[in-house]
Design a binder for this molecule. Sequence first.
Ligand SMILES: Cc1cc2nc3c(=O)[nH]c(=O)nc-3n(C[C@H](O)[C@H](O)[C@H](O)COP(=O)(O)OP(=O)(O)OC[C@H]3O[C@@H](n4cnc5c(N)ncnc54)[C@H](O)[C@@H]3O)c2cc1C
Length: 412
Amino acid sequence: MNVLVVGAGIGGLTLALELHHAGIACRIVEAVPRLEPIGAGINLLPHAMRVLDRLDVADPLAAVGVETRESIFFNRFGQFVYREPVGRHAGYGLPQLSLHRGDAQLTLLAAVRERLGEDAVELGRRVVDLADAGDRVRATVEDAATGARATETATVVVACDGVNSAVRAQFYPDEGEPRYSGVTMWRGVTPWRPFLTGASMVRAGWLASGKMVIYPIRHGVNGAGDQLVNWVAEVERPRSARRDWDRTGRLEDFIDVFDGWHFDWLDVPRLIRGADRILEYPMVDQDPLPRWTFGGVTLLGDAAHPMVPRGSNGAGQAVLDAHALRVALQETAEPRRALLRYEEERLPATASVVRTNRVRPPDTILKEVYERTGDRPFTRIEDVISTEEMAAISEGYKKIAAYDKDLVNRAE
Ligand SMILES: Cc1cc2nc3c(=O)[nH]c(=O)nc-3n(C[C@H](O)[C@H](O)[C@H](O)COP(=O)(O)OP(=O)(O)OC[C@H]3O[C@@H](n4cnc5c(N)ncnc54)[C@H](O)[C@@H]3O)c2cc1C
């Protein structure tokens, strides 16, 4: 058996490490000629870290990121709402990491090249078509530099080609536009002195009048001891931009919303203005699919279940997919049956996360505060919402996304 992995994102690279660990031959074709550190911050929660730890990449990932201590919520006036420890600080056996997506990708890429060989990841090669040939799959692969096309065959092809998946489009040509949630995100990274615990993940405000997500993703970026801080400004906007992770955004399209956000622990407008580049991305997702597997081809990660990024689970669910697919391939004699077994486990699980991210992700805490206070400052948070109610919102999401502490620690 050999596996062709389409796409060297977090999902594709983790899958390659999993397959190698199980002695299953594989290689990756990646469309872009160079993997650049594009994007901003991502989070790897303990459920994904358990998989990555078993693959012996948890330490190298921790070395390039920040081990998050707490998740903390404020209203848009900077008033404290709720906090809870995360990762090892909450009693998990594994950390929660906040990282630059590029650092995570390049760390996994180095591990893949070291273990599978320098040639295991073929850059500048885009899959443009797949054809089933009974017991094998034929992939048409286009060279980015020359445009020349070649045919590759593999027992199994796994499409880890992200939100704009060409493979998904081949199986679902009439799927139509992604579903826009009505919210646009502007993101950036800024060198900044450590704030709060120096490892706090902040969510503040609410979408209707502006919400921010802010957390450090790299330590010691200059001689002054600054961290690289990731920030995401989320604002309701009627129109959706193109779904492109590398699209440049404009400060003047959103800065007015946050101009008054000067807190004693952080000056938000200054943080925003300190970024070299601003990226714009619409909060979109797609309805869960009826199936991912077509003969010897299946989907994984964002190609299978694009979700609105409101629960820090995009990368993590791709990692869980990769693990489940490897186990299915290892334990099922017939590869095509293994793909179906993987789909049976992961399609319903990820569909729940996609749906919950729409209606009840962890930041529902802030929605409740926004609605109950009429978006005004409060005197005592206890009079607005109880700590127990906020904890229940957070715990409910953990169960759906499979990072409930008992579940993760039991599986170690
Ligand atoms: C450039 C970029 C920047 C991102 N920035 C952020 C961010 O700042 N914050 C965040 O939360 N998430 C970001 N994401 C998304 C995040 O990485 C994913 O949600 C998550 O990690 C799951 O990853 P994935 O492996 O399923 O898909 P992705 O990480 O999207 O990886 C897909 C890979 O497939 C490659 N590919 C696409 N089409 C083809 C093809 N036809 N043939 C071969 N290869 C192909 C792509 O070039 C890419 O490398 C970004 C994704 C990309 C591609």
